[in-house]
Each structure stands twice: as structure tokens, then as C-alpha cells.
Ligand binder design. Structure first.
Ligand SMILES: [Zn+2]
Length: 73
């Protein structure tokens, strides 16, 4: 029952999995299809937008705290 992973690796050679759908892809490729590449780009853009919003949010909180500290002192 052991070594099925090895067997798969022997059969398909060095490979990894599509970041989006998890299908096995050749090692030099990151995504299995154009579709997955597109959704990966969309996802990355969304993530970037979200982290930007989070950053602004943190800066906003820090600014408010700074103002409060300034007012209270
Ligand atoms: Zn895919």
C-alpha cells in the first residue's frame, strides 16, 4: 500500500500542481491553462487591492491614535 506517490511521480515525471485547480502540470508551467492563468491574475489583483485597503486602514487608525495622544497630552 506504500509508495503510490512515488509511482505517480515515476509516471508523470517531475511536476507540480496548478495553483488554481490543482491539476498536475509540467514543472516549467505554473498553471494548466489560460483560464487558470487569468483567474490567478484576477485573484492577485484582488489580493493587492485588499492589502492596500488594509494598509490605509492601519494608517488611518494610527493617525487617529496619534491625534488622540496629542490631544490628551
Ligand atoms: Zn488549472
Amino acid at each position: 500500500m506504500s509508495g503510490w506517490k512515488e509511482k505517480i511521480q515515476k509516471k508523470y515525471g517531475p511536476h507540480h500542481h496548478c495553483v488554481i485547480c490543482g491539476r498536475a502540470v509540467p514543472e516549467e508551467k505554473k498553471y494548466c491553462s489560460q483560464e487558470c492563468r487569468d483567474s490567478a491574475i484576477t485573484y492577485e489583483k484582488k489580493q493587492k487591492k485588499r492589502s492596500k485597503i488594509q494598509m490605509y486602514f492601519l494608517i488611518g487608525i494610527m493617525a487617529v491614535m496619534f491625534i488622540f495622544m496629542f490631544l490628551l497630552s
